[in-house]
Design a protein around this ligand. Structure first.
Ligand SMILES: O=C(O)[C@@H](CO)OP(=O)(O)O
Ligand SMILES: [Mn+2]
Ligand SMILES: [Mn+2]
Length: 503
């Protein structure tokens, strides 16, 4: 479109009346699957959602929230919050970070871009550090991309490389971290044969080390800083395979929550703290869980914890994670240019918006919704309310989370008459589904349904309109299955719990 033709003005809807309040509910991780005992949404009492499905079948639609339908590379890619909320908020499908990184690696353009040139300056005398999630989950990162980055960086002059791994178990099966570390170690051994000094230097589980989001718990990021930058951690090992195996056995932690560890040499010295003159790349493409570490690595002024030492490094993200903050300022691949999102249209058309969730999902209905931009388009027209999440717990301990509080805020916003769009994210089915705790996930689904009920009642009271949807699946299937749909068993005869999202 020629920019002179462009107008923010929206036409009236052909059918829906003007001036009605719209309640928009995103049930995080609420999908459709065959009804059996591992489908927590089916097992849970969910009268509000059932009444929608049964009471208005002509208005009930299944939507595709995975694969190419939401801009992911392949049909095997499960949906996730970032792509789900980006698509909902923008009303359009963008080729997402995962795919953009694939393309940049395949064409080799990643190594010609500004970001790579910037970090390359450090290769002569400094070390290249790569920090990120080690799995093939494809939600935040992919190990094949890391391996290509390692290879390409060494071909472009990196002589000393240190990898700081974050184990997954959330987008992939718990326990699979060992295999991913083995694969990484093989590639590092190849590099070694070619004369590159490449090793794993530190690690920890993604939910306990580094990958917090929306500033829920800075201690998570601090643990990572100590291990990665300062070289200090409660556990020390000679190699990463041993580290992951022993920590799983000895601390009983799962992959998501492994405690931080560092790799040390024969003299007990850390093999790779981050020093002045080094280069650092965070290799996750997804934004939310990289914003906090990007701030710590980049911001001169920083007061969330004592960094002890703030090395002068060249830092680049795989992508730029926050388009508003322009964070980080250097990146290897340009993020999808998500523009003219629905939120921006609304403020230009005099529609007042209220958005709410609890901390762990707050950015989903604000930051992701607005195309990975933090902040308001117009604070006079919008109000965003964050309900503080519990921190330092896994959510199977409190499966109701803040669903009730979110619903109450939404109800009050609807009844106040001040807003024409009230949007929320109810996190329960997703956050508790990720713990793999089936019994408790059932409680979580019920809690989300209670939230839906309260919001719909408020909408009915004001004669409004509602949309209830989801960003991807999770709680509707809690077990890994074979192709025919039969649950898979592990070597002890137990079912293999599925902690991840679904297709
Ligand atoms: O917790 C997360 O980071 C992802 C799973 O990796 O879940 P969601 O996309 O629902 O936020
Ligand atoms: Mn989600
Ligand atoms: Mn999730």
């Amino acid at each position: 479109m020629d920019s002179s033709e462009f107008s923010w003005k929206l036409k009236d809807h052909p059918k829906l009346p003007k001036g009605k309040t719209v309640g928009l509910i995103v049930l995080d991780g609420w999908g459709e699957a065959n009804p059996d005992q591992y489908n927590c949404i089916h097992v849970a009492q969910t009268p509000a959602m059932d009444s929608l499905k049964q009471g208005a079948p002509d208005r009930w639609r299944l939507v595709r929230a995975h694969g190419k339908a939401v801009g992911l590379p392949t049909e095997d890619d499960m949906g996730n919050s970032e792509v789900g909320h980006n698509a909902l908020g923008a009303g359009r499908i963008y080729v997402q970070g995962a795919k953009l990184v694939d393309l940049a690696l395949a064409s080799g353009k990643i190594f010609e871009g500004e970001g790579f040139k910037y970090i390359k300056e450090s290769f002569k005398t400094g070390t290249l550090h790569l920090i990120g999630l080690l799995s093939d989950g494809g939600v935040h990162s992919r190990i094949d991309q890391l391996l290509l980055l390692l290879k390409g960086a060494s071909e472009h002059g990196a002589k000393r490389i240190r990898v700081h791994i974050l184990t997954d178990g959330r987008d992939v099966l718990d326990g699979s971290s060992i295999g991913f570390v083995e694969t990484l170690e093989e590639e590092l051994a190849h590099l070694h044969e070619k004369g590159v000094d490449a090793q794993v230097a530190s690690g920890g589980g993604r939910m306990y080390v580094t990958m917090d989001r929306y500033e829920n718990d800075w201690d998570v990021v601090k643990r990572g800083w100590y291990a990665q930058v300062l070289g200090e951690a409660p556990y020390k090992f000679k190699n990463a395979i041993e580290a992951v195996k022993k920590l799983r056995e000895e601390t009983n932690a799962n992959d998501q929550y492994l405690p931080p560890f560092v790799i040390v040499d024969e003299n007990g010295k850390h093999v790779g703290p981050i020093e002045d003159g080094d280069a650092v790349v965070t290799f996750n493409f997804r934004a939310d869980r990289m914003v906090m570490i990007a701030k710590v690595l980049e911001y001169e002024d920083f007061d969330k914890f004592d960094r002890v030492r703030f090395p002068k490094i060249r830092y680049a993200g795989m992508l730029q994670y926050d388009g508003e903050l322009k964070l980080p300022s250097h990146y290897l691949v340009s993020p999808p240019d998500i523009e003219r999102t629905s939120g921006e249209y609304l403020v230009h058309n005099g529609v007042r918006t209220f958005a709410c969730s609890e901390t762990v999902k707050f950015g989903h209905v604000t930051f992701f919704w607005n195309g990975n931009r933090s902040g308001y388009f117009n604070p006079e027209m919008e109000e965003y309310v964050e309900i503080p999440s519990d921190s330092g717990i896994t959510f199977n301990v409190k499966p109701k989370m803040k669903a009730l509080e979110i619903a109450e805020k939404a109800r009050d916003a609807i009844l106040s008459g001040k807003f024409h769009q009230v949007r929320v994210n109810l996190p329960n089915s997703d956050m508790v589904g990720h713990t793999g705790d089936i019994e408790v996930t059932i409680v979580a689904c019920k809690a989300a349904d209670d939230g839906v009920k309260m919001i719909l009642e408020a909408i009915e009271q004001v004669g409004g309109i509602y949309v209830v949807t989801a960003d991807h699946g999770n709680a509707e299937d809690m077990v890994k299955r074979d192709k025919s749909g039969k649950p898979l068993l592990d070597k002890n005869g137990n079912i293999q719990i599925l902690t991840s999202h679904t297709l």
